[in-house]
Write a protein that binds this ligand. Structure first.
Ligand code: GLC
Length: 650
């Protein structure tokens, strides 16, 4: 029997001393549920006792500075739900060579107004079999070229002194085939084989293949890899060198939780749970989003709330909204703290290519109607491709079928269709389904690359305008905006990956180029492309930080603007109200917002402006703050609440 907390707190606790009040208090809060879920999944008392014992060890080992952050955030659990976080994702080597290099560039990060950095995978991996670092050989070792675990701990501590949060990828779905477990499994050690999915014939693999879709249909087809040396198939849903872990085995769960807590104790603030929907496998299913995945994430949330409550869980769920939202869990039983706003991201680029804001309006209203507790990470692009996961049921109504529409989008962004100025490449183009995804940097997709190459200043200004407008629109959404490093200076596609045989067949490297520090210096050169983007973004970021109407928990809705290519977003928080108006077309537009007739202030210029007959330049936008109520004007609070209550959200 190993109830961690008996009736009188800490009676019979597998080796855990009774004197640490905070740990006991937190454990007491979660013990019943944690134990219940663990037993439901594993029914293994001694493994549960080991887990809780280790949790205490990690709690004990946690540094005093981190414990202070834990306490501060426990006292202010809404700390990540305001309007003052701005993220940036970066590869350590591309950005600054190694971890010490990143530390030496923190001034630049601060200059970008960034206070949340996502360090792309940095744990040990084998070059050429790394999937950008997502095939980890050792969860406790930093890739030697990047530095050591001590360097990382130093970086996180320095970041914390400067108020910067650090995020890392926790790749828990699979290990590298060069991980010690995998090597021992391959050598026939049953204990380690049981940590993966090994089969000595193709009977069960073929059963799985009937229902499990493919992640990389072109670059890594199929979900199993034959290992001739040991005469077994092993499950590999991603690349053949990424072996899926078997979470039916409590040893796998426990060990991976220890790895997670180990990294949390190095000062990591945000754990991005890579490929989380895939972590439980069941024959006859798609092996995605199964019930047990949620049990595991919920247990992870409780484990972190007990040991390291300042740490946030960010789920990587690249799926349609109905599948994403359950990863928040419920108010009583939360799972992830944050999730990516992925459908909104893809729908944004659909809007750029079609100049039709209809689908985006619908998508934003879905997100705006979700509970305020949910925090999304908003972004224009990340290190991965853009998959065209759009709401095709709605598009069908407008006569747009999925396959030809995806083809149009891919043609458009390669600069082959419509009046496109975009540049980029296809990713995992599947000849069977006709499906393909897309890769390119934000700036290249907005036309900066083409205009620069052609020396066309007019086209460059338009491209910059589109790029800035998209950022302004992204900042208008609720949640945490995250920039991709280099986007702040309009860095364009990098084609050099084609010359590297280890990268050549993965076009995602086109938008993972090295940070160009020479170009970054040009932010000081008035009139340079870099300065024009950087300064305008900085202006928007500072407004976003200082105006409470950008709080994550503000009301957000869309407003009819009278023109299909103009998007209007309303926001309301505690007496403040604003409209963000965005022209997704290259034509000048004049629109009126009829929902409100009070005068507004242009938040960028401070000038007074009416909501009637607003002139929008090509790809122009406005952030308009409705003037505070006067004695003669209607009460803004009531006015706004009635809009929300009546469901007049468009
Ligand atoms: C995630 C990562 C992606 C990687 C995959 C496999 O989706 O974002 O880059 O290929 O997981 O780990």
């Amino acid at each position: 029997m190993n109830t961690v907390l008996g009736g009188n707190m800490a009676s019979d606790i597998s080796g855990i001393p009774e004197n640490d009040d905070i740990f006991y208090y937190r454990m007491k809060r979660h013990e019943d549920e944690l134990r219940w879920l663990y037993m439901e999944l594993y029914g293994n008392d001694s493994m549960y006792a080991e887990l809780t014992g280790q949790m205490y060890e990690f709690y004990e080992a946690r540094g005093a500075a981190l414990k202070r952050i834990d306490a501060a955030r426990e006292a202010d659990p809404e700390w990540y739900k305001r309007n003052d976080l701005l993220g940036m994702m970066l590869y350590i080597d591309n950005f600054a060579g190694n971890i010490a290099g990143v530390e030496s560039r923190l001034d630049y990060i601060e200059k970008c107004n960034v206070n949340y950095i996502h360090l792309m995978p940095f744990l040990n991996t084998v070059e050429g079999r790394s999937d950008g670092g997502y095939a980890v050989t050792d969860f406790r070792k930093v890739k030697p070229e990047y530095g050591t675990m001590e360097d990382l701990e130093h970086l996180t501590a320095t970041c914390h002194e400067r108020g910067i949060n650090v995020c890392m990828d926790f790749v828990m779905n699979h290990t590298s085939s060069d991980h010690e477990w995998a090597r021992r499994a391959r050598a026939g050690e049953g204990e380690y084989m049981s940590r993966y999915f090994f089969f000595d014939s193709d009977v069960i693999p073929r059963e799985f293949e009937k229902t499990v879709p493919q992640v990389f249909p072109t670059t890594a087809p199929g979900n199993f890899t034959w290992l001739p040396d040991c005469g077994h198939y092993v499950m590999t849903c991603f690349y053949p060198y990424q072996w899926d872990l078997n979470y039916r085995n409590p040893r796998v769960f426990n060990e991976m939780m220890y790895n997670f807590l180990f990294m949390a104790n190095q000062g990591i603030d945000v754990i991005r749970i890579d490929a989380v929907p895939y972590i439980w496998k069941e024959p006859g299913t798609q092996c995605r989003n199964l019930r047990q995945v949620h049990t595991i994430v919920r247990m992870m949330r409780m484990i972190s709330e007990i040991v390291c409550p300042s740490v946030l869980l960010l789920g990587e769920v690249v799926m349609e909204p109905v599948k994403v939202v359950p990863y928040f869990g419920t108010v009583e039983k939360p799972e992830c703290h944050m999730l990516y706003n992925v459908t909104t991201m893809a729908t944004t680029w659909h809007t750029v290519a079609t100049r039709d804001t209809g689908l985006l309006k619908k998508q934003l209203d879905i997100v705006g109607g979700l509970p305020k507790e949910y925090v999304f990470l908003n972004y224009l692009r990340c290190h991965d491709d853009i998959g065209w996961g759009l709401d095709y049921d709605t598009l069908k109504w407008q006569g747009q079928e999925e396959v030809p529409h995806k083809k149009y989008l891919n043609d458009y962004f390669r600069g082959l269709a419509g009046s496109s100025n975009s540049r980029g490449e296809l990713y995992n183009s599947d000849p069977v389904t006709g499906d393909a995804r897309f890769c390119g940097t934000t700036a290249s997709m907005c036309g900066v690359e083409k205009a620069g190459f052609e020396g066309d200043e007019e086209a460059m200004e338009r491209a910059i305008q589109l790029d800035v407008m998209l950022h302004a629109y992204m900042f208008t959404q609720s949640g945490i905006p995250v920039l991709y490093s280099g986007d702040e200076i309009a860095q364009v596609n990098d084609y050099s990956y084609k010359e590297d045989p280890l990268k050549a067949d993965d076009s995602r490297y086109i938008h993972r180029g090295k940070m160009n520090w020479e170009n970054a210096e040009k932010i000081a050169e008035s009139g340079s492309v870099e300065e024009r983007i950087f300064d305008r973004l900085a202006g928007l970021e500072s407004i976003r930080r200082s105006e409470k109407v950008f709080m994550t928990s503000a009301d957000m809705w869309t407003v009819r603007a009278g023109d299909r290519s103009v998007l209007c977003i309303g926001r309301y928080y505690d007496g403040d109200k604003m409209y963000g108006i965005f022209n997704f077309s290259e034509y000048e537009k004049e629109i009126s917002v009829t929902e409100d007739d009070r005068p507004c202030t242009d938040m960028l210029t401070g000038e007074e402006i009416s909501l009637e007959n607003i002139a929008l330049p090509a790809y122009g936008f406005y952030w308009l703050k409705v003037k505070a109520k006067t004695q003669n004007s209607p009460d803004m609070d009531n006015d706004c609440r009635s809009i929300i209550r009546n469901g007049v959200l468009s």
